[in-house]
Ligand binder design. Sequence first.
Ligand SMILES: Nc1ncnc2c1ncn2[C@@H]1O[C@H](COP(=O)(O)OP(=O)(O)OP(=O)(O)O)[C@@H](O)[C@H]1O
Length: 299
Amino acid sequence: MLKIKNVSKYYGKTTALGEVSLRIPKGSCYGLVGPNGAGKSTLIKILSSIIHDYTGEAIVDNKALTHEQKGKIGYVPQDICLEEGLSAIGNLYLFGKLYGLNGKKLKLRALEVLKQIDLENRAKDKVSTFSGGMKRRLNIGCSLMHNPDILIMDEPTVGIDPQSRNYIFQMISEIKNDGGTIIYASHYIDEVEVLCDEVAFIDKGEVVENGSVDELLKRYATPSIFMKGNPLTLNDIKQYGDVSAKKGGYMLTTNEPLQVMENIIAHCRNHVIDLERLELVQPRLEDIFFSLTGSELRD
Ligand SMILES: Nc1ncnc2c1ncn2[C@@H]1O[C@H](COP(=O)(O)OP(=O)(O)OP(=O)(O)O)[C@@H](O)[C@H]1O
């Protein structure tokens, strides 16, 4: 379990984080979601012991985040941090040594990690010849060298191809299956929705909401129905819920979507309206974030 209690960090007059408290369960994939400048990287840098001048407490397995606890954490920075002139295995050796590995242990661990990041066939190639996605995978591999219990990833899929993105997702589910904890910061909320068990919404340095993804979806998202018909007008449907025009049709929110769908079908049949589309729209985390903060997540 990782706990953050009343953590604040200021840069001059800028509040990067204000009294943030979170509990991150062991073995979970925990999403930190917020727009650019929300404070995600600052929180991650505190947990990775890169930033020390903060107030509040960070606690790992019931102990304050000290040098000893630091070894339990792996950090994948937002910007790729590799030695371009070294090979993939050379970089893994370098980071492994920084974490205190050497000799046979270092070599064995590097081979394990190479397999995990699926770069065995490029082990001896220089990083400067790698694609952006391969560099991202190697960057993650470097942070796994000391076999951390908690892996913190800061926007790990920015600027990569879909194939590498899938590799990263696969890696995350394998780490989770092995009992590892992942903290995944992203402003790609669709990724968080797929990968994470729990999520914290961060905006302007504050946690505006947190909890299990399923629970938040249930708690906040009102079901919506999208419909399009010829000739379907606002007057035909406004009696069934809140309606807004969207994509050439109408979006209607209601707490009784199935009943309303039945009513609309009956109404269209009785009024000779050709109903071209009638769909239940799945609630999304992105809509919840927007309704709570008024902030958009995308660049
Ligand atoms: N070294 C710094 N000096 C001054 N202000 C900073 C510094 N680092 C971050 N900030 C400010 O702190 C706030 C939080 O930034 P942070 O990088 O933590 O956000 P973020 O959510 O990670 O955003 P992004 O996704 O763009 O990295 C922002 O207002 C940012 O401008």
